[in-house]
Design a protein around this ligand. Structure first.
Ligand SMILES: Cc1cc2nc3c(=O)[nH]c(=O)nc-3n(C[C@H](O)[C@H](O)[C@H](O)COP(=O)(O)OP(=O)(O)OC[C@H]3O[C@@H](n4cnc5c(N)ncnc54)[C@H](O)[C@@H]3O)c2cc1C
Length: 381
């Protein structure tokens, strides 16, 4: 049984503890899934998670609209990631892809949310471009007014769920002002004419990922989310909610690496005694446990701060993300070391964790960018 003592921390309420316990039981029964065909695996995961109610926290419920609960999102990601990275991915993208609709959508746009929460529609968040990843404000893609419509032209890349999504939230330059103030957000159904999956991208921890081309793709004026020129603010508000959850996923990977290492240290005998009796092994285990607990504190502090009504948690979320993802990388590296040859054997759990963790230090704001964010806040105050 994994260490769940953190649930007793004052950041949580009884409903979080109940959610964690029930999801843990669901994961034990349903995960991991076969990753051989990632598109099929993701579709199945979204359907199953939706069918059994686990996607409900990813977007607002129109019948009972309440703010997204970041602690629930974090517990879900941490738990799913501990069992299966692809399950965490499937869950996370339903939230990131629809975040702009939950926070800024019109009632008509929000009709999609019933389907994404039920696992009947898959969503994607299309911000990055070949020339603008970290530097979002440098984006090239345009949305040009044509009567009551907009014509979207340009490219998006590294789009998770690209190729299997039913809806994309797309950011494009509408030109109200230069840079960040001239970008708007649009809801673009996958069957929009002129939206093309230009390339499927292969990465070290495979999941559905694509480069998208928009060839004068026509959307009605009502597809705009928020007001003209608000796109950058919308994207940052969405990331403000979901950035801490990336830290939570990293925490799940790190926790699993620690669990596997403890099992290995107890079960394997070296030089006539259990490996766990070697002091340097104990040193690794202690460092791993320390990193995991410190990351958990930062992740759940950020989530609790947001849920407690803070307008923005830029600093807390940046700290949670950078610390949890960077230390998870170090924790998993120690786990690989403690597993010897098995640790680098393809298909071994710690080998897959080693690949799964890497991209989390790059997407939704690379670690270096988080440092800039933290420094600005600290120096500014
Ligand atoms: C697996 C994966 C999934 C992704 N999913 C999505 C998605 O669903 N939707 C989406 O829109 N995007 C997605 N992305 C894109 C991701 O957000 C970008 O890759 C990320 O923002 C970095 O942009 P870039 O790749 O263009 O690198 P660059 O912007 O070129 O940055 C490269 C490196 O430069 C350094 N750097 C950048 N800025 C600074 C700075 N200010 N100070 C110091 N150092 C800096 C960092 O080390 C950074 O890693 C995904 C990426 C990956 C790898």
């Amino acid at each position: 049984m994994p260490d769940r003592s953190f649930l007793a921390w004052p950041f949580f309420e009884d409903r979080h503890r109940a959610f964690a316990g029930e999801l843990e039981a669901w994961c034990a029964k349903n995960l991991p899934v076969d990753h051989h065909d990632v598109d099929a695996a993701c579709r199945t995961l979204v359907q199953k998670l939706g069918r059994d109610g686990w996607l409900a926290p990813t977007a607002i419920d129109l019948a009972n609209p309440q703010a997204l609960d970041v602690r629930t999102l974090c517990i879900a990601r941490e738990t799913l990631a501990r069992h299966d990275g692809l399950a965490d991915f499937a869950f996370a993208m339903q939230g990131l892809g629809t975040g702009a609709l939950s926070l800024f959508g019109t009632p008509e746009q929000q009709q999609w949310l019933a389907s994404t929460r039920a696992g009947k529609a898959i969503s994607a968040f299309a911000l990055s471009e070949p020339r603008s990843g970290s530097d979002v404000a440098a984006m090239d893609m345009t949305a040009t007014r044509d009567g009551n419509d907009y014509l979207l032209s340009g490219e998006k890349t590294w789009i998770s769920n690209g190729g299997i999504a039913d809806l994309y939230v797309v950011f494009a330059r509408t030109g109200e002002a230069p840079g960040a103030k001239g970008i708007s957000a649009f809801l673009v159904p996958a069957d929009t004419k002129g939206l093309v999956i230009a390339e499927r991208l292969e990465v070290m921890a495979p999941h559905p990922l694509a480069r998208l081309a928009f060839e004068s793709a026509r959307v009605p004026g009502s597809a705009m989310i928020g007001k003209p020129g608000e796109g950058f603010r919308i994207a940052m508000s969405v990331l403000d909610v979901f950035r801490s959850t990336v830290g939570a996923a990293a925490l799940g990977f790190a926790w699993r690496a620690l669990e596997e290492s403890v099992r290995r240290a107890r079960e394997r005998s070296l030089f006539g005694a259990p490996m766990a009796e070697l002091q340097m092994v104990q040193g690794h285990i202690a460092d791993m446990a320390l990193d995991v607990d410190a990351a958990a504190l930062l992740v759940y502090r950020a989530a609790w701060t947001k849920d407690s009504g803070a307008a923005r948690v830029t600093r807390e979320a940046a700290m949670a993300k950078i610390f949890a993802t960077d230390t998870a990388q170090a924790v998993i590296d120690r786990a690989v070391q403690l597993h010897g040859g098995d640790g680098v054997r393809r298909g071994h759990i710690v080998e897959s964790l080693y690949r799964e963790i890497r991209a989390l230090r790059i997407y939704e704001g690379a670690s270096d960018v988080q440092k800039v964010v933290i420094a600005r806040q600290v120096l500014g105050s």
